[in-house]
Design a protein around this ligand. Structure first.
Ligand code: PMP
Length: 459
């Protein structure tokens, strides 16, 4: 009897092989790579081209890093200029003309009252490094150790930054309610909800038996990003400034994600007009390359020489790319543009909600936009009156977006907020294409039978 050989497996396309090797060799902790199984090989502006030849509109932008999109000509030119000049690429924290130009440009964009009396410390290259430096700074300056942080916050993955983020526990971090209209913890939302949140904070600091000793600082995001795109109301932000100022508590604005025009102002603290004591900056300031700094009121500069060191604080290419990006955003009014276009996109997305009951909420500021996906047929859980979040449907929306050539991120407490972080160079036509593709993806995901998670199994 003739033995028939099994048919040989068809050869994997190159990109499939790369993805397969990635899943075999890289850590189980990999994140974006799981929900976005693409192999980018070329990119320009809003567009990424995969090794499979498909093109995608990238509304993730390197987690909000690419203010000018991929490979903007001014960024490439700045990088090439450094390379062609023969300048050293690695210089620890030594002075160079490239760094000098970066600091001058950075300070020229910062709120005047802040920049006039500020110091900058270059940190390790990630946002989380600058968060750690900020904590260390305020602890050294105040001699205190506790920190105030907010529910839903995200500040990074190193120990201190993680402890101040929403999902963590740490005895030195006191968690305060962040105001939110949708799913307001006090069940009231709006201005009354924000006022109650501020009152809670004030009371906690003044009650001698609250169990919260005077802290070293308060850290907040002007718009919570990873936490599900929650903009802080301006009145609440001003109140936080007053509360911290009158009690000599340094206020740290984490502008890692909100900075460089993203929210419709160059720095998001400008919306409320407050002047923080410390600003933590990363992502877009490096023009797509790794760079992080902490900038602070000079009175806090009580550090001893070497108090905060690190090998990789002198990335010349990142500084040059960052200088070009900051200047381009400033000279071309891209913050204002983000504000106008963002409002228009929010309005379009809100009008989609009429046809898509799974849209529980649409919120954002500038080009930092979130669409919360809910299960409209399920009963509200716990104390809330809003329909419960629907993580399975949200994941389906993300996949349907991908199959329509649109890259979006999921965020929020249950990974149910579809996040849009397009480059600030987005054109009107591109904005329309993004909303249209998202609308199609919502319709397709709603049609597809998706398994509902049992109540209580939300992550
Ligand atoms: N702070 C905020 C507000 C962030 O959004 C992030 C990153 N998403 C970080 C800090 C940490 O930055 P990194 O991932 O570069 O460490």
């Amino acid at each position: 009897m003739a033995v028939t050989e099994p048919a040989p497996a068809p050869p994997l396309a190159a990109h499939e092989g790369i993805l397969r090797r990635q899943s075999l060799r890289e850590s189980a902790a990999r994140t974006y790579a799981r929900s976005l199984p693409i192999v980018p090989v070329r990119a320009r502006g809003l567009t990424i081209e995969g090794a499979d030849g498909r093109r995608y509109l990238d509304c993730l932008s390197g987690a909000g890093t690419l203010a000018l999109g991929h490979n903007h000509p001014v960024v490439l030119e700045a990088i090439k200029k450094v390379l062609d000049s023969g300048a050293p690429l690695h210089v620890l924290d030594l002075a160079t003309p490239v760094k000098d130009a970066f600091v001058t440009e950075l300070f020229s964009t910062l709120p005047r009252r802040f920049a006039d009396n500020a110091r900058v410390q270059f940190c390790g290259p990630a946002g989380t490094d600058a968060v750690e430096a900020a904590f260390k700074l305020v602890r050294a300056a105040t001699g205190r150790s506790g920190l105030l942080a907010f529910t839903g916050a995200y500040h990074g993955m190193t120990a201190g930054a993680l402890a101040a983020s929403g999902g963590a526990e740490d005895v030195r971090v006191t968690r305060l309610p962040f105001p939110q209209d949708y799913r307001c913890p006090f069940g009231i939302g709006g201005e009354a909800g924000a006022r109650t949140a501020a009152r809670w904070t004030e009371n906690l600091l003044d009650d001698p038996k609250s169990g919260t000793p005077a802290p070293a600082g308060m850290i907040f995001e002007p718009v919570q990003g990873e936490g599900g795109v929650n903009p802080a109301p301006d009145g609440w932000t001003r109140r936080m400034r007053e509360i911290t100022e009158t009690r000599s508590i340094p206020l740290i604005a984490d502008e890692v994600q909100t900075g460089v025009g993203r929210t419709g102002a160059f720095w998001a603290v400008e919306h409320s007009g407050i002047v923080p004591d410390v600003m933590v900056l990363s992502k877009a300031i490096g023009g797509s390359l790794p760079l992080a700094v902490v900038v602070y009121r000079s009175e806090l500069d009580t550090w001893q020489p070497g108090a905060h060191a690190g090998t990789f604080r002198g990335n010349q290419l990142a500084m040059a790319a960052g200088t070009a990006t900051l200047a381009y955003v400033r000279e071309n009014g891209l913050a204002e543009r983000a504000g106008v276009l963002g409002s228009r996109m929010l309005a379009s997305l809100r009008s989609l909600a009429a046809d898509h009951p799974c849209i529980g909420d649409v919120r954002g500021r500038g080009l930092m936009i979130g669409v919360e996906i809910v299960d409209p047929e399920a009963r509200p859980q716990g104390t809330g009156t809003e329909p419960p979040p629907d993580p399975v449907l949200a994941a389906a929306v993300q996949q349907e977006c991908l199959s329509r050539g649109l890259i979006v991120e999921l965020g929020g407490r249950y990974s149910t907020v579809v996040r849009l972080l397009p480059p600030l160079t987005l054109t009107d036509e591109q904005a329309t294409a993004v909303v249209d593709r998202l609308a199609d993806a919502l319709a397709a995901a709603e049609r597809s039978p998706h398994r509902r998670l049992p109540t209580g199994s939300l992550r």
